[in-house]
Write a protein that binds this ligand. Structure first.
Ligand code: THU
Length: 136
């Protein structure tokens, strides 16, 4: 699975987004260590706070199925029904959820326009993070 293939799976997932309130559709594709990929989209709610981000949907689907070892995630987002025009970086809550299962070297591929993406790591996005290693 190449990074751009993972980004394309995130774009595919984005088409499933349920976003009647924000109008921003987000897709994620989470690559497990064994090569399995889980896709997620954001799912909004009339009461707003129950809204779940695309990244967490992908992580929770994977964990439910017994996966806890992850290699990378691709994330794309932008106005629903339009091509993506720039980065849509993971929110703080999703960064923390990823940290539960992923090391600081976990890779993130953030899709942008023209089939380009930015590669980063969880360590870069969540410096000095709190994790289970701190629960001593
Ligand atoms: N959203 C995600 O799906 N992932 C993120 O990491 C950032 C935000 C969603 C939540 C909401 O449905 C919409 O984008 C606008 O905030």
């Amino acid at each position: 699975m190449t990074p751009i293939e993972l980004v394309n799976l995130a774009k595919e997932a984005r088409a499933h987004a349920y976003v009647p309130y924000s109008g921003y559709a987000v897709g994620a594709a989470l690559l497990c260590a064994d090569g399995t990929v889980y896709q997620g989209c954001n799912i909004e709610n009339a009461s707003y706070s129950p809204t779940v981000c695309a990244e967490r949907v992908a992580v929770f689907k994977a964990v439910y199925d017994g996966h806890r070892d992850f290699a990378a995630i691709a994330v794309v987002g932008g106005k629903a029904g339009e091509e993506i025009t720039g980065l849509f970086p993971p929110c703080g809550v999703c960064r923390q959820v990823l940290r539960e299962f992923c090391g600081l070297d976990f890779k993130l591929y953030l899709g942008k326009e023209n089939n380009e993406f930015v590669e980063t790591t969880l360590g870069d996005l969540l410096p000095m993070s709190f994790s289970k290693a701190d629960m001593k």
